[in-house]
Every structure is written in C-alpha cells, then in structure tokens.
Write a protein that binds this ligand. Structure first.
Ligand code: HAM
Length: 421
C-alpha cells in the first residue's frame, strides 16, 4: 500500500512471515556456537570513529567511503558500526576479558551499517552472525572456526558453497610481496580502473580482488602471495590445510582472497556461493594477531569470521518451510461480562505455557469462530451468560472430533490435562 514514508534505500523491514526464517537461522547459529563453546555478547550500535579507522584501516573502502558518521552534541565523532571485530576487541579489552583464562570464545548476532550502493545482497544496514576466538596461535584455531561456519551452513543445507582459503603472511613477509605487487601493477597503471589506480599506493593488496573486467587480465599474471610468505607463515598455512583435509572439509587455495579490512595476518578465508550474483561472499574471516596490541592491550592472537545473514536469507527463502506455533485454544466471549472471565482464563492458561487467543474486537460468535479457524487454533470455546450461570463451558477441537465440558473455575488445570492426554 502507498504510504507517506518508506524505509530508507538499502534497508529492509523484516516482516513476521520473514522473521520465522530469521529465527530459525539464528537458533541454528546459537546452537552451533554453543556446541563449539562460544558465548554470546553484544556491543553498542555506535562507537568512537577512531576505533574503526585504526582497526579496519584508513585506506580501506569501509573507512574512506562507507561509514555513517556523526558528531554528538559535545562534538564527539562517532560512527555506526560497519563491522563487529573492532567493537568486540574494544569491549574485551575494556572489560578485562582477555586477562582471564584463554582461549576466549565470543559470538554475536548484530546489525552493521555501510554506506554502499545497494543491490541484491548488498545493503546499507545488514546483519552478521560473527565469532571471535582470542588467545590461540595455532592453526587449529582457524580450523575450529572454519569448522563451526561449515557445520552451521551444512545444518542449514546451504548448497553450492565453496570455501576459499589463502595466507596473506605476517607484517614481515607481506612487505616483500606488496613491493613486488606494486612494481608489477605500476606497469599497467594507465590501463587499470580508477579505483585500482588509487589502490596501487593506498591499499595494493586490494588490487587482487577488483571485480572490474579491465583489471581481470592483469590480475591473472600478478605475483602469487603464497610464493612470498615466510617459512613460519607457510608452515602455519600447511597445518591448517592438514586439519581441513583430515576432517573432510573441502576447500580451494585461492591467492586472490585478500579481504577488505586491514587487520588480517596469515590466514584469510571466504565461503562463496554460485547463487547470489555479484555479492557472492556469505562468510568472510581470518586471523588478526596484531589488532589487540594495536588497540593498546598486550599482544594476543585472534581469529574470527562474519556470516552475512541477509545473504543467507536470500539463499534460503522459499526453501525452508517453518510453521508458526499454532494456538492451543481460542477462548471467545459473547458479552462484556463473559469477556472479563475469558481474560482471566487466558491469563491462567498462558501461565501454564498454553498458547491462547481471545476476542479483542467484540466480534459476533460467528466471526469469532471464523477467526479461530483462520489462526488454526486446536480447540475453541465461547463463554456466554449460560456458561457463566452453569460455571462450565464446552470446549471443542476445531476438527470437530472431540468435545469436553470443563469447569470455568478450574479451566486452565483441566484443559492442560486434556492437552497432555
Ligand atoms: P566482511 O567480509 O566485511 O567481514 O563481512 C562479512 C560478511 O558480511 C560478508 O561475507 C557478507 O556476507 C556480509 N556483508 C558485508 N557487507 C554487506 C552488505 N553491505 N550487505 C549485506 N551483507 C554484507 C567482516 O565484517 C569481518 N568483521 C569478519 C571477521 C570477523 N573477521 C574476523 N572476525
């Protein structure tokens, strides 16, 4: 229907019908996180803008072009969170969570904001299920979180996804690679897209995941990062591959996976799908061993990922059949006095976790029964003058097969007994 206002472009209303799928996916995210020993937490929707500049990186698209930022009345510069890792790290440092026994395993389901050009699967406000694991240097940490993402996607029966993994090395070995990459692309400086011309000196690694046609052919012959990583990074990467092989998690090594955030070290990975067009990444993550120290706490290794829930919904919509919890009973009434009684019965039933609906619209008995049918109530009854006098009411199953006479006084107790039989 036409309305004066619409939701802002790039945002989505989640209507009751869609929420069933959201709830289903969120339940599976929680169940899988708990299976791997992760605990849920939440951070504020906005943070000091400097946190994201320092963590995500000044030269990234997120910081340069995509943050929703504003000043509060005291002139403090804030930004709606564009991602979760920086905020979770800030909170774990602030509350001393990294001082207790490690590993610390956190998961979150939060909304994020990026001022990107909206298209299918890319929104200005979107949701992620994310995990962050602190304290483990070994590649088994990457394996555990990849295994968690894999188990989550499998349980949702998400088809046609590929896991791509890569190593972007540590601060030391990456320097050599970035130097060679820049030298290589300088030769094609005039031919690459405008964005890549900027990336050449601001963020050269990102040259590798440019999606523009004109840059494709240059990428093909670009130096391969895996030939540049140091012995330690190479062993780490091979160890991860061993864990994945042993546990039958299929993957491809893809040297073009570099990720759009600056904090990564060593392993980076993405789960991509063939069924979403250009926005094909449904999960992205990796190791970020330097970030915690960069934000002022003692050096602590960390790994994590974020799954884009809106993209998952696009993939799964129409594929999952979920039913509403149907009402156990509709308690109708013919007049005001009966409605008072119906309200007390409903309160007592709900106290016993029995899903109950009653008449909110002063409808005729016929309309009330129509409504009870529409909401697929299992049982119904109508309270009127007669029932109040007799202090009992006839409860019928909507299929018409069962019929019970129940005392109004002990309605909730007696009805619960019927339901249990
Ligand atoms: P990211 O790759 O920027 O990583 O985002 C993770 C996932 O969020 C993407 O794979 C995608 O599914 C979804 N996503 C990103 N942007 C949008 C958008 N505009 N609209 C809809 N979905 C989107 C991170 O955010 C890292 N914090 C992940 C991480 C956690 N790394 C380590 N720990």
């Amino acid at each position: 229907m036409k309305t004066i206002y619409s939701a802002p472009r790039g945002t989505n209303d989640i209507l009751p019908e869609d929420y069933k799928i959201w709830q289903y996916i969120i339940d599976i995210a929680i169940e899988n996180s708990e299976k791997f020993g992760f605990f849920r937490m939440q951070t504020p929707t906005f943070e000091n803008i400097e946190l994201f500049k320092r963590s995500v990186g000044d030269g990234t698209d997120i910081v340069q072009k995509e943050m929703f930022s504003f000043k509060d009345s005291k002139g403090r510069h804030l930004a709606l969170r564009p991602e979760g890792t920086a905020a979770i790290v800030r909170a774990t440092i602030q509350h001393g969570l990294l001082n207790s026994s490690l590993p610390l395993k956190i998961f979150y389901i939060m909304n994020f904001f990026r001022n990107e050009r909206p298209q299918t699967g890319r929104y200005k406000e979107f949701y992620q299920f994310g995990v962050e694991l602190f304290g483990a240097y070994s590649a088994i940490a990457e394996f555990e979180i990849i295994s968690l993402a894999y188990s989550f996607l499998n349980e949702l029966n998400v088809k046609d996804t590929n896991l791509n993994i890569n190593s972007i090395g540590c601060q030391d070995c990456r320097k050599n690679y970035v130097y060679s990459l820049t030298k290589y692309f300088e030769k094609y400086k005039e031919k690459i897209c405008e964005n890549c011309k900027n990336r050449l000196y601001n963020n050269p690694l990102r040259l590798l995941d440019c999606k523009e046609k004109q840059c494709e052919e240059f990428k093909l012959n670009a130096p391969n990062i895996l030939n540049y990583v140091c012995a330690d990074c190479k062993t780490h990467f091979n160890t991860l591959c061993n864990f994945l092989n042993l546990n039958n998690i299929p993957y491809s090594v893809n040297p073009y996976i570099v990720r759009g955030l600056d904090y990564y070290t060593k392993t980076v990975f993405e789960f991509v799908t063939n069924n979403l067009g250009a926005q094909n990444a449904i999960c992205g993550g990796g190791r970020y061993d330097d970030l915690i120290q960069k934000l002022g706490a003692p050096s602590t290794p960390a790994v994590g990922f974020g799954v884009g829930l809106n993209r998952l919904i696009l993939l799964l919509k129409n594929k999952i059949k979920i039913n509403y919890k149907i009402p156990h009973i509709y308690v109708g009434a013919t007049d005001e006095e009966a409605l008072y009684k119906a309200s007390v019965i409903a309160t007592n039933l709900r106290a016993r976790n029995i899903i109950t609906q009653t008449d909110l619209m002063s409808r005729s008995v016929k309309s009330q029964m129509k409504y009870a049918n529409r909401i697929k109530a299992m049982f119904s009854c109508i309270i009127g003058k007669n029932e109040l006098t007799k202090n009992s009411v006839n409860v019928k199953s909507m299929s018409g097969e069962e019929n019970f006479n129940i005392s109004i006084q002990n309605f909730a107790e007696e009805f619960e007994r019927i339901l249990k039989n």
